[in-house]
Write a protein that binds this ligand. Structure first.
Ligand code: NOJ
Length: 764
């Protein structure tokens, strides 16, 4: 159909249809009618255009494309591009939208996507770090601020949250997710989706979220990015899919598929995942975007013979939008004309894309996110930074505090601040920092100086560099070779002198911003370069050391855990890093974070996760031929859910209101938690279940509930958890979500190793 329709006529049509629906019909029905009315006007070329996404440049997230900007520009004008990524700022998005609105036949507004992963310009902790807060309210709030800032700069779609459950510290992208647990991951998924999207996508301060990467990307063999994934259907449903299902249920607008293959089928071409499960069983009606070039990568996978074949596989599998594969355009048209791809599939994809554009309100006002005033006033504000500090301090995990060396006094001491990360204003921003400005974070040294009183002496010594790199600037993070072979010990003497003079040493060590993230897998996870050597040299002259770790993945810290009295896990905390760490160091905030991922003794234990299976030979320290290692403990050095406080919590009186129940009934589990110390503090009370026997083997424990509560010194609270179908069911041998009758052990405590338990029996 080659109707020459003007924008006014189009909007009138939509308006007319909208009015015609009457008051009784729901908003959703109206949207459907509007979508259909637009679809009816579209040519095949225009439909395929909506299914196409281009990047404005190709220096950030993938291999160079071979299409030049001029050709892209021409396509945009002809309405042949539904979305752009990495077009940022009011000016740039307005200009681009204008090209569409001023030139294309149907004037279908473009949607602008961007990787707003942990903040836009105000940078929050990397997602793994933020997840350590177990604070769903704050996590939601940080996504809300990220959306507010991004939407003030023309962006209306983020490629976040990343929901890949990840059990392998070697995998560089572990930093982008919520860690190793599907339940915690699901709760955080919902918090982040709601934070980005709010309750109303058409609000100009909210943006569409994207659940990624669907699916299995975090299970890459050997923790190597993009690698093969081999999991069975039950592991897929029980361990990998729950956060995605939760996000779909929470109404996430879009999904992104993943680079990896899973059981021989690349996710991008996986019909079972995308059509059957997501769009079918879960009845989800948003759209799926491919990952960068992942359609065409199916050729390398050995799953498609050429680009056209890849396009056919992807669209049939349910991938609605092509990010930078240049496959849908031009190949889909021929595929439809040849009768290889039914037009219904194209219509379904376009309908999904238009629906989100309507939900965002773009048809009402294509420039609604282009507001110069907002861009000036709402980004990187004092208020946003204040929240970033709140979130950051809640994300810190106290791993060790022998002799209660922490918190430190603010007055009258000499403090040596040593280490390559001590005065680093850039690393805390982490990878995927969107518009975060280089060197804009508050460094630890700055934070400490601001926090202490007049008569505290601070001596700073860097000691050594973290890494040396052949590139000076990281403008192109994907080209930066990382090297760890710094051999320059010339800063050691100064660091040792500083340590000698000090009452206490704060050692800032860990990883730099780009050691984690996409393509940043490592075979070793100990402190790189000369850091351990420096730490040991300092330790020789002053044992009063607080190690402040900054990192995006679990590290192996055996020596440190045995010798250093205090260890604070501070991740990469974002813009307010130094202030937040100082809040904890000096006791203005009592640490409350808990690990969202296990820390191993050694990399050889990876993948390491608390919710493993028992095996036929559960670990037995007295026998050799049991599951374990000869040269290392089998367990974690710091387990999932672990984190100390400056006060102590005592658990007692764990009970259930019943010892038996039916699958459709509920039981109430209660426990008393007392703050037995002298400081107020927060504790994350965690509930785990163990399904003792099943039609499939079950994990030794699974997190099924948690509550973060505040207790005044000396205060006791009774905390209750409801146990129902959702706590007990799993994807069983019959390939269904079922509760199987039998015994369940219910553990409650302050981490995944708690031994406090009650029994509950589910009867037939
Ligand atoms: C590739 C990454 O895997 C994905 O997470 C990201 O959103 C896209 N590039 C776009 O930058």
């Amino acid at each position: 159909m080659k109707t020459n329709i003007s924008i006014t006529a189009l909007l009138l049509t939509i308006f007319f249809v909208g009015c015609g629906t009457g008051k009784k019909q729901t908003q959703n029905n109206m949207t459907e009618q509007k979508v259909d009315s637009v679809l009816a006007l579209m040519t095949l070329d225009e439909k395929i255009g909506q299914m196409t996404q281009y990047a404005v440049s190709w220096d950030l997230t993938g291999p160079p494309s071979n299409m030049d900007d001029k050709e892209k520009l021409d396509k945009i004008k002809r309405g042949m591009v539904g979305s752009m990524l990495k077009v940022v700022s009011v000016k740039a998005t307005r200009e681009t939208q204008r090209l569409v609105m001023g030139n294309s036949r149907l004037k279908i507004p473009m949607i602008f996507g961007y990787d707003v992963i942990h903040g836009f310009k105000t940078i929050f902790p990397v997602p793994l770090g933020e997840s350590a807060s177990w604070d769903l309210k704050m996590i939601r709030k940080s996504a809300e601020i990220a959306a507010k800032e991004a939407s003030a700069a023309g962006i209306n779609w983020t490629f976040a949250p990343m929901l890949d459950v990840s059990r392998d510290a070697r995998w560089g992208r572990i930093m982008e997710g919520a860690g190793e647990d599907p339940y915690l991951g699901s709760m955080i998924a919902v918090a982040r989706v709601k934070g980005f999207q709010g309750d109303d996508l058409s609000n100009d301060k909210t943006i569409a979220a994207c659940a990624k990467h669907f699916a299995g990307y975090g299970f890459a063999e050997a923790g190597m990015d993009y690698n093969t994934v081999n999991v069975g259907i039950h592991e897929l449903h029980n361990a990998i899919l729950p956060p995605f299902k939760a996000a779909a249920k929470a109404g996430v607008a879009t999904f992104m598929n993943s680079f990896n293959e899973i059981d021989g089928i690349p996710s991008t071409g996986n019909r079972n995942l995308q059509r059957d499960i997501l769009k079918g069983d879960w009845n989800w009606n948003g759209f799926i975007v491919s990952d960068w070039g992942s359609i065409v990568e199916m050729i390398n996978h050995g799953y498609a013979k050429d680009k056209k074949h890849a396009a056919e596989i992807a669209v049939k599998a349910g991938c609605d939008m092509d990010m930078e594969s240049y496959a849908y355009n031009p190949d889909l048209k021929t595929l439809v004309e040849e009768g290889k791809v039914p037009i219904d599939l194209i219509d379904d994809a376009v309908r999904r894309i238009l629906r989100i554009k309507f939900d965002l309100g773009l048809f009402d006002d294509p420039y609604k996110y282009c507001n110069e005033e907002r861009e000036k006033d709402e980004i990187y504000t004092k208020e946003n930074l204040k929240l970033a500090r709140e979130v950051a301090k809640r994300s810190i995990v106290l791993l060790k505090n022998d002799g209660r060396i922490l918190p430190l006094e603010k007055k009258g001491k000499t403090i040596a601040v040593i280490g390559p990360l001590a005065d680093d204003k850039d690393s805390p921003l982490g990878n995927w920092r969107a518009q975060g400005v280089k060197n804009s974070a508050v460094s630890l040294l700055e934070g400490i100086k601001k926090a202490v009183g007049e008569n505290t002496k601070i001596i700073y010594a860097k000691g050594c560099d973290l890494t040396i790199s052949t590139l000076k600037e990281e403008e192109n993070q994907f080209l930066m070779p990382i090297k760890f072979n710094t051999t320059d010990r010339s800063g050691f003497p100064e660091a040792i002198r500083a340590a000698r003079k000090a009452d206490v040493v704060i050692m800032a060590i860990g990883e730099d911003a780009y050691q984690t993230g996409e393509g940043r897998s490592q075979v070793s996870i100990e402190l790189k370069g000369l850091q351990t050597e420096l730490l040991k040299a300092v330790y020789k002259v002053n044992k009063n050391i607080v190690v402040v770790l900054m990192n995006g993945r679990p590290l192996s810290l055996k020596w440190e855990s045995e010798n250093i009295p205090a260890i604070l896990e501070c991740w990469l905390l974002g813009s307010e890093s130094g202030n937040a760490i100082a809040d904890v160091l000096f006791g203005d905030y009592n640490p409350s974070g808990k690990l969202p991922v296990s820390f191993p003794y050694s990399v050889g234990q990876e993948p390491l996760y608390y919710n493993h299976k028992n095996t036929g030979r559960p670990f037995n320290p007295e026998h050799v031929t049991y599951t374990g290692y000869r040269d290392s403990p089998k367990t974690a050095l710091y387990p999932f859910g672990f984190g100390l406080s400056y006060t102590d919590f005592e658990y007692s009186n764990l009970k259930t209101d019943r010892s038996t129940m039916k699958a459709n009934e509920t039981a109430l589990v209660t426990v008393d938690v007392k703050n037995t110390g002298e400081r107020d503090g927060e504790e994350v009370i965690q509930l785990y279940i163990h399904d003792v026997m099943g039609s499939l083997t079950r994990p030794v424990r699974e997190l099924k509930g948690f509550q973060k509560i505040f207790l005044k010194a000396g205060e006791t609270k009774t905390v209750s958890f409801k146990i129902d179908r959702s706590s007990l069911e799993f994807y069983t041998a019959s390939n269904k979500w079922e509760v199987e009758p039998g015994d369940f052990e219910i553990f409650v405590g302050g981490d995944s190793k708690t031994e406090m338990k009650v029994l509950l029996t589910v009867e037939k």
